[in-house]
Each structure stands twice: as structure tokens, then as C-alpha cells.
Ligand binder design. Structure first.
Ligand code: BGC
Length: 416
């Protein structure tokens, strides 16, 4: 009897200790589409298996602008979430405010420096300390195509240049289908725009125009060509495009209503969730003219300084889980991206992911690897927002001449 009660007491102690080390993590993200929700669900499962309580803080809106607005108001109110999806140069801005937690203890214990490409590790660090945990690598310069629609329209292969693209788009139109499924929101307009900058101008021009924001490149004849091409793409979209969410545009391709979509490989998450097979039901190809280049977009989570020790422990566990091989595989299989952790086995991934992985490595050697401006990787959030608006105004208003469009974008790029 005595023995039993001793055992019970020991058990109670252990449970109490367990409970004390388990905390709640409130995680802000904008992953609300079918494929995205499945992916983030995997992170939730891993955290729950560690005994933590997952408090979902999802703010709908592709590209994350809404989520960032909500985040700002929570932080200003002195009530930040434990973790938030923050990426690229915005990580530095948040860290500079002094609100982010130092993740070095986890990063050192888990040896992140040796598990990450340096270009990614640098973005995750502020003054040499890790303040964010990277999740994946998304490639933005993809073109998605429905195989059956191409066949119906007599398009033999995915177009490799913009000239080939317009020939294909014309065929699709003649077949009575929508050539380009476009979601008319400013960040989606900008996503297509950066594909055109890269495809028409090449990686060096892309770097000059959208990373270095060089006025010479922004006002060049190449930029004129970019805007002409961009406007021509619009003529192949349907009139119901304004305001449409990106995943609904993907659904148009999945459902054989449209031939193409220009979108990062989170779109593949939608194809995967719908049970579609690459190479059979749909085709993934680099956007025209961008086969030798790769616009990268790395999702990451930054952790906010919290006082409570159990909450801090939960943050550490979340950071470790994000970089762990289990999460890196299962999350990215669903999300459409590839693991950011080096030396992961790719055997469970499809051909699109394998191509992305190969091109990521190859383009890093040739200078074709460039940060996505439309997805917060290249420039300050202020400049990004201003360019995005100018690009979107041009896209939406055919009365703005190409010459004025060029001027407006160059002016926006000067925003500090
Ligand atoms: C994010 C992706 C997300 C997409 C659509 C991108 O900026 O990096 O993770 O799926 O926006 O919301």
C-alpha cells in the first residue's frame, strides 16, 4: 500500500514536471488555403506531440500583407504572439525594434550553421545571432499548366520564351478556354511582374532593377519591354480576375478552366491537396525566359521576447521542430516547397521539387539565384509596398501608358 502511494506520488511529480515544461505557443501565419492549412497542421501535430498547446493565429490573405498589419497592432499593444511568420529584410526591421528573442541556444545546440545555406542563415541572423527559424525554400518563378487543356488547345509543350508563350495563349483562347488564371491582387500582379522582369531582362537586369533598385535599369529600354510584355499577359486573363485569391486561380487550372498560372510553388500544394500528379495532370515549368534562374522565397518564423519561462521553452521547441528533419520533410511535401535544411533526402518528393532542388544549387553557382522582390526577400518592406502599388496600378489601368508606368515604378523604387 505504502509502495503504491509512493509510486503515485512519484507519478504525480513527474506529471507536474511535464506540465510545467509544456507551454502554449501562439503562432501567427497566413497559411489558410487547402494546401497551406494541411502543411501548418503538420507543425501543430509535432508541437502537440511535445506536449505544447498550439494556439492558431491565422490571418487570411495571400502574400501576408494582412497578417503583417495585424502583427504590428498586437506588438504595439504589448501583446505579441510567441511566433510569427516574418521573412527577409523585415526580420532585421523587427529585430531592430528589440522585440525578437535570441534563438542562439537552440541554433547552437542543433548546429544550424552547418545545416543551412549561408545565404539563408545570414537572413535569419541579426547582429550575428539567430532571431528566426527558416522553414523552406519556395521557388517563385514557376508557370503551372493543365496538361489536358494544353492538349485540347494543340499546345505541344510548355512555352520556354515569352514569344512562345503568346503563341500558346492565343491557341488556348481560340479553343474557348482562359489562357491565364490570374488573381487580381497587388501582390499577385507583382509576382507575375517579377517573372517578366527576370524573363525579359535576365538575372543581372533583375538584380539591378528589383534588388539594387538602380534608376538606370528602372528607366531603361528593357523596362519598357517588360511593361509591354506584362500588359500583353493581362489581355489573356478573364474579366473576373480582379480581387480573386491565388488559390482560386490555381483551382481554375486544376479544374481545366484555364491553361496557365504564374505563381510560386505554394500553388503545387493545391494540386497536391487535390490529388493531382505532376507530369500527368499538370506541368510545372520555369516561367518563360527564366529557366536559368531561380527567384527564392524562404518562409521563416521569428519568436517574440516573452517573460514566462514555459512559454520560452515552447518557443525553443518550436524553433527546433521547424529545423528538424521530420518537419522539414512532411511540411514541404504538402507545401510545394523544398526543405531549407541541407542534405535532406529528396526521394519522397515529386519531379517539380527535385527540379527546384537541382536548380537552387545550380543557379547559386551561375548567378541565376535571385531573391524574390514580390515576396519580401529583396528590398525593404516600404520600397516593396510602393513598387507593388505602382505595378498593380499599371496592371489595372490600361490608360496608364507604358512610358508613365516605367516612370511610376522607378519613382516608387526610390521610397525609403
Ligand atoms: C509565402 C507562402 C504562401 C504564399 C501565399 C508567400 O509569400 O511565402 O508561404 O503560401 O505567400 O500566401
Amino acid at each position: 500500500m505504502l509502495k503504491l502511494s509512493k509510486l503515485a506520488a512519484a507519478l504525480a511529480l513527474t506529471l507536474a514536471a511535464g506540465a510545467a515544461s509544456a507551454g502554449e505557443v501562439e503562432v501567427l501565419h497566413w497559411w489558410t488555403s487547402g494546401g497551406e492549412a494541411k502543411s501548418v497542421g503538420e507543425l501543430k501535430k509535432i508541437m502537440q506531440a511535445k506536449g505544447h498547446t498550439w494556439k492558431d493565429f491565422a490571418v487570411a490573405g495571400g502574400g501576408g500583407d494582412n497578417a503583417m498589419t495585424v502583427l504590428k497592432s498586437r506588438v504595439v499593444a504589448g501583446n505579441p504572439p510567441a511566433a510569427a511568420q516574418i521573412k527577409g529584410p523585415a526580420i532585421q526591421e523587427w529585430a531592430n525594434e528589440g522585440v525578437l528573442a535570441n534563438l542562439d541556444p537552440v541554433a547552437k545546440a542543433e548546429q544550424w550553421d552547418s545545416l543551412l545555406p549561408k545565404v539563408v542563415a545570414d537572413v535569419m541572423k541579426y547582429k550575428g545571432n539567430y532571431v528566426a527559424a527558416p522553414v523552406n525554400v519556395h521557388r517563385v518563378n514557376w508557370m503551372w499548366a493543365n496538361a489536358a487543356v494544353l492538349k485540347k488547345a494543340g499546345v505541344a509543350a510548355a512555352p520556354k520564351t515569352w514569344d512562345e508563350f503568346f503563341v500558346a495563349a492565343e491557341k488556348v483562347k481560340k479553343a474557348g478556354l482562359i489562357p491565364v488564371a490570374h488573381g487580381g491582387q497587388n501582390w499577385q500582379d507583382f509576382t507575375t511582374f517579377e517573372d517578366v522582369v527576370l524573363g525579359v531582362g535576365g538575372p543581372k537586369f533583375y538584380q539591378d532593377a528589383l534588388v539594387r533598385l538602380d534608376p538606370k535599369a528602372l528607366n531603361s529600354a528593357t523596362m519598357t519591354k517588360v511593361l509591354e510584355t506584362f500588359r500583353k499577359i493581362k489581355s489573356y486573363t478573364d474579366p473576373a480576375s480582379p480581387g480573386r485569391d491565388w488559390n482560386l486561380a490555381t483551382a481554375m487550372v486544376i479544374q481545366e478552366k484555364a491553361a496557365f498560372q504564374f505563381m510560386g510553388d505554394w500553388a503545387k500544394g493545391e494540386f497536391t491537396a487535390a490529388g493531382k500528379v505532376p507530369g500527368k495532370d499538370y506541368i510545372c515549368a520555369a516561367a518563360p525566359g527564366t529557366g536559368n534562374a531561380y527567384t527564392f522565397n524562404v518562409d521563416s518564423f521569428a519568436m517574440f521576447k516573452l517573460k514566462d519561462a514555459t512559454a520560452q521553452k515552447a518557443q525553443g521547441d518550436l524553433a527546433a521542430a521547424i529545423m528538424g528533419p521530420e518537419f522539414q520533410e512532411v511540411f514541404n511535401l504538402n507545401k510545394g516547397s523544398i526543405p531549407v535544411r541541407l542534405n535532406m533526402k529528396m526521394d519522397k518528393f515529386d519531379d517539380c521539387a527535385k527540379l527546384s532542388s537541382k536548380d537552387f544549387v545550380d543557379t547559386a553557382k551561375t548567378g541565376g539565384l535571385v531573391p524574390s522582390a514580390a515576396h519580401g526577400m529583396a528590398i525593404s518592406p516600404a520600397a516593396e509596398g510602393a513598387i507593388k502599388d505602382a505595378v498593380s496600378q499599371f496592371w489595372n489601368n490600361d490608360k496608364i501608358s507604358v512610358a508613365d508606368g516605367v516612370k511610376n515604378i522607378a519613382k516608387a523604387a526610390a521610397t525609403k
